[in-house]
Design a protein around this ligand. Sequence first.
Ligand code: R5P
Length: 310
Amino acid sequence: MKILSGTSNPSLSKSISKHLKLKLVNTNIKKFADGEIYVEINENIRGNSVFVIQSTATPANDNLMELLLCIDALRRSSAKNITAVIPYFGYARQDRKVVPRTSISAKLVSNLITNAGAHRVVTVDLHAGQIQGFFDMPVDNLFTTPIFARYIKKNIKSKNLICVSPDAGGIERTRGLATKINADLAIIDKRRPEPGKSKVMSIVGNVQNKDCIIVDDIIDSGGTIVNAADALIKQGAKDVHVFVTHAVLSGNAIDKIKKSKIKKLIITDSINNTARIKNINKIQVLSIAPLMAEAIKRISNSTSVSSLFN
Ligand code: R5P
Protein backbone atom coordinates (compact mmCIF):
# COMPACT_ATOMS: atom_id res chain seq x y z
CA MET A 1 0.00 0.00 0.00
CA LYS A 2 1.26 3.48 -0.89
CA ILE A 3 0.00 7.03 -0.33
CA LEU A 4 0.38 9.67 -3.01
CA SER A 5 -0.48 13.30 -2.31
CA GLY A 6 -1.74 15.90 -4.73
CA THR A 7 -0.87 19.52 -4.02
CA SER A 8 -4.24 20.78 -2.74
CA ASN A 9 -3.77 19.95 0.95
CA PRO A 10 -0.21 18.79 1.67
CA SER A 11 -0.46 19.25 5.43
CA LEU A 12 -3.45 16.88 5.67
CA SER A 13 -1.66 14.32 3.45
CA LYS A 14 1.47 14.54 5.64
CA SER A 15 -0.59 14.07 8.75
CA ILE A 16 -2.41 11.04 7.29
CA SER A 17 0.89 9.48 6.20
CA LYS A 18 2.31 10.08 9.69
CA HIS A 19 -0.64 8.27 11.27
CA LEU A 20 -0.10 5.38 8.84
CA LYS A 21 3.67 5.43 9.40
CA LEU A 22 4.12 5.50 5.61
CA LYS A 23 6.17 7.85 3.45
CA LEU A 24 4.35 9.76 0.71
CA VAL A 25 5.15 8.56 -2.83
CA ASN A 26 7.87 10.66 -4.42
CA THR A 27 6.28 12.74 -7.18
CA ASN A 28 7.00 15.71 -9.35
CA ILE A 29 3.82 17.75 -9.84
CA LYS A 30 4.23 21.09 -11.53
CA LYS A 31 2.67 23.48 -14.01
CA PHE A 32 3.84 24.42 -17.49
CA ALA A 33 3.98 28.13 -18.34
CA ASP A 34 0.50 27.95 -19.90
CA GLY A 35 -1.05 26.43 -16.76
CA GLU A 36 -1.22 22.80 -17.92
CA ILE A 37 -0.43 20.35 -15.12
CA TYR A 38 2.38 17.78 -15.25
CA VAL A 39 2.46 14.70 -13.00
CA GLU A 40 5.43 12.35 -12.73
CA ILE A 41 5.81 9.47 -10.27
CA ASN A 42 9.42 9.03 -9.23
CA GLU A 43 9.26 5.51 -7.81
CA ASN A 44 8.06 2.08 -8.85
CA ILE A 45 4.43 1.48 -7.92
CA ARG A 46 3.81 -1.60 -10.12
CA GLY A 47 1.40 -3.97 -8.36
CA ASN A 48 0.77 -1.61 -5.43
CA SER A 49 -2.53 -0.44 -3.94
CA VAL A 50 -2.22 3.32 -4.10
CA PHE A 51 -4.33 5.90 -2.26
CA VAL A 52 -4.27 9.34 -3.96
CA ILE A 53 -5.17 12.16 -1.56
CA GLN A 54 -6.53 15.31 -3.17
CA SER A 55 -9.32 17.71 -2.13
CA THR A 56 -10.96 19.36 -5.11
CA ALA A 57 -11.20 22.73 -3.35
CA THR A 58 -10.24 26.13 -4.78
CA PRO A 59 -8.85 26.28 -7.44
CA ALA A 60 -11.41 23.51 -8.04
CA ASN A 61 -10.69 22.97 -11.73
CA ASP A 62 -6.91 22.73 -11.30
CA ASN A 63 -7.21 20.44 -8.29
CA LEU A 64 -9.69 18.18 -10.06
CA MET A 65 -7.50 17.98 -13.17
CA GLU A 66 -4.48 17.21 -11.01
CA LEU A 67 -6.38 14.38 -9.31
CA LEU A 68 -7.33 12.93 -12.71
CA LEU A 69 -3.74 13.17 -13.96
CA CYS A 70 -2.44 11.44 -10.81
CA ILE A 71 -4.92 8.58 -11.29
CA ASP A 72 -4.01 8.36 -14.99
CA ALA A 73 -0.27 8.28 -14.20
CA LEU A 74 -0.84 5.51 -11.63
CA ARG A 75 -2.93 3.44 -14.04
CA ARG A 76 -0.29 3.77 -16.75
CA SER A 77 2.36 2.73 -14.21
CA SER A 78 0.55 -0.56 -13.44
CA ALA A 79 -0.72 0.22 -9.94
CA LYS A 80 -2.89 -2.73 -8.89
CA ASN A 81 -5.58 -0.68 -7.16
CA ILE A 82 -6.20 3.06 -7.19
CA THR A 83 -8.29 4.72 -4.50
CA ALA A 84 -9.18 8.39 -4.95
CA VAL A 85 -9.22 9.86 -1.43
CA ILE A 86 -11.10 13.14 -1.79
CA PRO A 87 -11.51 14.74 1.67
CA TYR A 88 -13.48 17.62 0.10
CA PHE A 89 -15.43 16.49 -2.96
CA GLY A 90 -16.02 19.68 -4.96
CA TYR A 91 -18.72 20.15 -7.61
CA ALA A 92 -21.03 18.05 -5.41
CA ARG A 93 -23.68 20.73 -4.92
CA GLN A 94 -24.94 20.42 -8.49
CA ASP A 95 -26.29 16.92 -7.92
CA ARG A 96 -29.56 17.29 -9.87
CA LYS A 97 -31.26 19.67 -12.28
CA VAL A 98 -32.87 22.27 -10.02
CA VAL A 99 -33.87 24.34 -13.05
CA PRO A 100 -34.06 23.22 -16.68
CA ARG A 101 -31.01 23.19 -18.95
CA THR A 102 -28.32 22.96 -16.25
CA SER A 103 -25.57 20.39 -15.91
CA ILE A 104 -25.21 17.82 -13.12
CA SER A 105 -21.59 18.44 -12.22
CA ALA A 106 -21.42 15.75 -9.53
CA LYS A 107 -22.24 13.09 -12.15
CA LEU A 108 -19.76 14.50 -14.67
CA VAL A 109 -17.00 14.52 -12.04
CA SER A 110 -17.82 10.93 -11.05
CA ASN A 111 -17.55 9.91 -14.74
CA LEU A 112 -14.18 11.65 -15.02
CA ILE A 113 -12.80 9.92 -11.92
CA THR A 114 -14.08 6.56 -13.15
CA ASN A 115 -12.67 6.99 -16.66
CA ALA A 116 -9.31 8.16 -15.34
CA GLY A 117 -8.95 4.70 -13.75
CA ALA A 118 -9.92 4.85 -10.06
CA HIS A 119 -11.23 1.64 -8.47
CA ARG A 120 -12.63 3.16 -5.27
CA VAL A 121 -13.44 6.54 -3.76
CA VAL A 122 -13.10 7.65 -0.16
CA THR A 123 -14.59 10.97 0.82
CA VAL A 124 -15.94 12.83 3.84
CA ASP A 125 -19.46 14.20 4.49
CA LEU A 126 -20.49 14.09 0.86
CA HIS A 127 -22.92 16.92 0.12
CA ALA A 128 -25.63 14.38 -0.75
CA GLY A 129 -25.28 10.67 0.06
CA GLN A 130 -26.87 9.62 -3.22
CA ILE A 131 -23.79 10.87 -5.13
CA GLN A 132 -22.32 7.48 -4.14
CA GLY A 133 -24.70 6.01 -6.70
CA PHE A 134 -23.16 8.13 -9.46
CA PHE A 135 -20.19 5.75 -9.26
CA ASP A 136 -20.23 2.07 -10.23
CA MET A 137 -17.46 1.33 -7.74
CA PRO A 138 -17.27 1.29 -3.92
CA VAL A 139 -17.54 4.75 -2.35
CA ASP A 140 -16.77 5.14 1.35
CA ASN A 141 -18.42 8.29 2.68
CA LEU A 142 -16.85 9.02 6.09
CA PHE A 143 -18.67 11.10 8.69
CA THR A 144 -17.28 13.79 10.98
CA THR A 145 -20.14 13.32 13.46
CA PRO A 146 -17.99 11.39 16.00
CA ILE A 147 -15.28 14.09 15.86
CA PHE A 148 -17.80 16.90 16.41
CA ALA A 149 -19.66 14.94 19.12
CA ARG A 150 -16.42 14.35 21.03
CA TYR A 151 -15.58 18.08 20.88
CA ILE A 152 -19.07 19.11 22.05
CA LYS A 153 -19.08 16.68 24.99
CA LYS A 154 -15.70 17.99 26.11
CA ASN A 155 -16.07 21.71 25.45
CA ILE A 156 -19.72 22.79 25.47
CA LYS A 157 -21.14 22.14 28.89
CA SER A 158 -24.88 22.71 28.60
CA LYS A 159 -28.04 20.86 29.54
CA ASN A 160 -29.99 22.87 26.98
CA LEU A 161 -28.42 21.86 23.68
CA ILE A 162 -30.31 21.87 20.42
CA CYS A 163 -28.86 20.88 17.03
CA VAL A 164 -30.06 23.04 14.16
CA SER A 165 -30.06 22.12 10.49
CA PRO A 166 -29.61 25.31 8.43
CA ASP A 167 -31.72 23.85 5.59
CA ALA A 168 -33.89 20.86 4.71
CA GLY A 169 -30.98 19.10 2.96
CA GLY A 170 -28.99 18.89 6.19
CA ILE A 171 -31.62 17.26 8.41
CA GLU A 172 -30.15 13.73 8.32
CA ARG A 173 -26.65 15.00 9.14
CA THR A 174 -27.96 17.18 11.99
CA ARG A 175 -30.16 14.42 13.40
CA GLY A 176 -27.10 12.15 13.44
CA LEU A 177 -25.20 14.58 15.67
CA ALA A 178 -28.26 15.34 17.84
CA THR A 179 -28.68 11.62 18.53
CA LYS A 180 -25.00 11.22 19.42
CA ILE A 181 -25.00 14.11 21.92
CA ASN A 182 -28.56 13.58 23.16
CA ALA A 183 -29.84 16.96 22.03
CA ASP A 184 -33.10 18.27 20.53
CA LEU A 185 -33.47 19.06 16.83
CA ALA A 186 -34.60 22.22 15.03
CA ILE A 187 -34.77 22.96 11.31
CA ILE A 188 -34.45 26.21 9.42
CA ASP A 189 -36.53 26.77 6.32
CA LYS A 190 -33.93 28.36 4.01
CA ARG A 191 -34.67 29.69 0.55
CA ARG A 192 -32.23 30.81 -2.15
CA PRO A 193 -33.70 33.81 -4.00
CA GLU A 194 -30.69 33.59 -6.36
CA PRO A 195 -27.47 31.52 -6.45
CA GLY A 196 -25.08 32.52 -3.67
CA LYS A 197 -27.81 34.33 -1.62
CA SER A 198 -29.84 32.76 1.18
CA LYS A 199 -32.84 33.83 3.24
CA VAL A 200 -34.27 32.34 6.47
CA MET A 201 -38.05 31.95 6.15
CA SER A 202 -38.83 30.33 9.51
CA ILE A 203 -37.47 28.06 12.25
CA VAL A 204 -39.17 24.75 13.02
CA GLY A 205 -38.55 23.95 16.71
CA ASN A 206 -38.23 25.90 19.95
CA VAL A 207 -34.81 27.52 20.37
CA GLN A 208 -35.74 29.89 23.24
CA ASN A 209 -32.91 29.95 25.85
CA LYS A 210 -31.19 27.06 24.07
CA ASP A 211 -27.50 26.62 23.25
CA CYS A 212 -27.67 26.07 19.50
CA ILE A 213 -25.35 23.85 17.49
CA ILE A 214 -25.68 24.50 13.76
CA VAL A 215 -24.34 21.64 11.61
CA ASP A 216 -23.56 21.95 7.90
CA ASP A 217 -21.38 20.21 5.34
CA ILE A 218 -20.07 23.34 3.60
CA ILE A 219 -19.51 26.98 4.51
CA ASP A 220 -18.89 28.90 1.31
CA SER A 221 -19.90 32.59 1.27
CA GLY A 222 -20.97 32.25 4.92
CA GLY A 223 -24.45 33.59 4.12
CA THR A 224 -26.34 30.45 5.21
CA ILE A 225 -24.65 30.23 8.60
CA VAL A 226 -24.59 33.94 9.46
CA ASN A 227 -28.28 34.37 8.55
CA ALA A 228 -29.16 31.23 10.50
CA ALA A 229 -27.30 32.49 13.59
CA ASP A 230 -29.06 35.88 13.36
CA ALA A 231 -32.47 34.21 13.10
CA LEU A 232 -31.76 31.90 16.06
CA ILE A 233 -30.63 34.76 18.32
CA LYS A 234 -33.70 36.77 17.26
CA GLN A 235 -35.87 33.82 18.34
CA GLY A 236 -34.30 33.90 21.81
CA ALA A 237 -31.42 31.39 21.46
CA LYS A 238 -28.74 31.80 24.16
CA ASP A 239 -25.73 31.20 21.92
CA VAL A 240 -24.74 29.63 18.63
CA HIS A 241 -21.84 27.30 17.87
CA VAL A 242 -21.37 26.20 14.26
CA PHE A 243 -19.84 22.90 13.10
CA VAL A 244 -18.95 22.66 9.41
CA THR A 245 -16.89 19.95 7.72
CA HIS A 246 -15.71 21.73 4.57
CA ALA A 247 -14.56 25.34 5.03
CA VAL A 248 -14.62 26.71 1.50
CA LEU A 249 -14.75 30.25 2.98
CA SER A 250 -14.80 32.19 -0.28
CA GLY A 251 -14.95 35.97 -0.77
CA ASN A 252 -15.33 37.87 2.52
CA ALA A 253 -16.72 34.86 4.43
CA ILE A 254 -14.05 35.05 7.14
CA ASP A 255 -14.86 38.71 7.82
CA LYS A 256 -18.56 37.91 7.94
CA ILE A 257 -17.91 35.20 10.53
CA LYS A 258 -15.75 37.56 12.62
CA LYS A 259 -18.55 40.15 12.72
CA SER A 260 -21.38 37.64 13.20
CA LYS A 261 -23.31 36.56 16.31
CA ILE A 262 -21.67 33.12 16.11
CA LYS A 263 -19.79 32.23 19.29
CA LYS A 264 -17.42 29.81 17.58
CA LEU A 265 -17.06 28.19 14.16
CA ILE A 266 -15.53 24.73 14.30
CA ILE A 267 -14.28 23.37 10.96
CA THR A 268 -12.07 20.51 9.79
CA ASP A 269 -8.88 20.45 7.75
CA SER A 270 -10.50 18.79 4.70
CA ILE A 271 -9.55 22.06 2.97
CA ASN A 272 -6.26 23.76 3.72
CA ASN A 273 -7.06 27.11 5.40
CA THR A 274 -4.11 27.32 7.78
CA ALA A 275 -2.70 30.63 6.53
CA ARG A 276 -6.07 32.33 6.11
CA ILE A 277 -7.46 31.66 9.57
CA LYS A 278 -4.27 32.05 11.58
CA ASN A 279 -4.91 34.13 14.74
CA ILE A 280 -8.70 34.09 14.31
CA ASN A 281 -9.87 32.85 17.71
CA LYS A 282 -13.46 32.48 16.58
CA ILE A 283 -12.50 29.70 14.16
CA GLN A 284 -11.13 26.39 15.39
CA VAL A 285 -9.89 23.48 13.26
CA LEU A 286 -10.33 19.80 14.15
CA SER A 287 -8.27 17.35 12.12
CA ILE A 288 -9.82 14.53 10.11
CA ALA A 289 -6.38 12.94 9.56
CA PRO A 290 -6.77 10.19 12.22
CA LEU A 291 -10.20 9.25 10.81
CA MET A 292 -8.93 9.16 7.23
CA ALA A 293 -5.84 7.16 8.19
CA GLU A 294 -7.94 4.60 10.07
CA ALA A 295 -10.35 4.28 7.11
CA ILE A 296 -7.44 3.78 4.68
CA LYS A 297 -5.95 1.15 6.99
CA ARG A 298 -9.26 -0.73 7.20
CA ILE A 299 -9.82 -0.60 3.43
CA SER A 300 -6.32 -1.91 2.90
CA ASN A 301 -6.90 -4.74 5.42
CA SER A 302 -10.41 -5.47 4.07
CA THR A 303 -11.98 -4.78 7.47
CA SER A 304 -15.13 -2.83 8.27
CA VAL A 305 -15.16 0.93 7.72
CA SER A 306 -18.77 1.48 8.80
CA SER A 307 -18.00 0.16 12.30
CA LEU A 308 -15.94 3.35 12.79
CA PHE A 309 -19.26 5.17 13.16
CA ASN A 310 -21.26 2.81 15.41
C1 R5P B 1 -26.06 23.83 0.80
O1 R5P B 1 -26.93 22.99 0.55
C2 R5P B 1 -24.86 23.52 1.63
O2 R5P B 1 -25.12 22.49 2.54
C3 R5P B 1 -24.38 24.75 2.38
O3 R5P B 1 -25.39 25.17 3.27
C4 R5P B 1 -24.04 25.89 1.44
O4 R5P B 1 -23.18 25.43 0.43
C5 R5P B 1 -23.40 27.04 2.19
O5 R5P B 1 -23.17 28.07 1.29
P1 R5P B 1 -22.99 29.58 1.77
O6 R5P B 1 -21.99 29.59 2.88
O7 R5P B 1 -22.50 30.29 0.53
O8 R5P B 1 -24.34 30.09 2.18
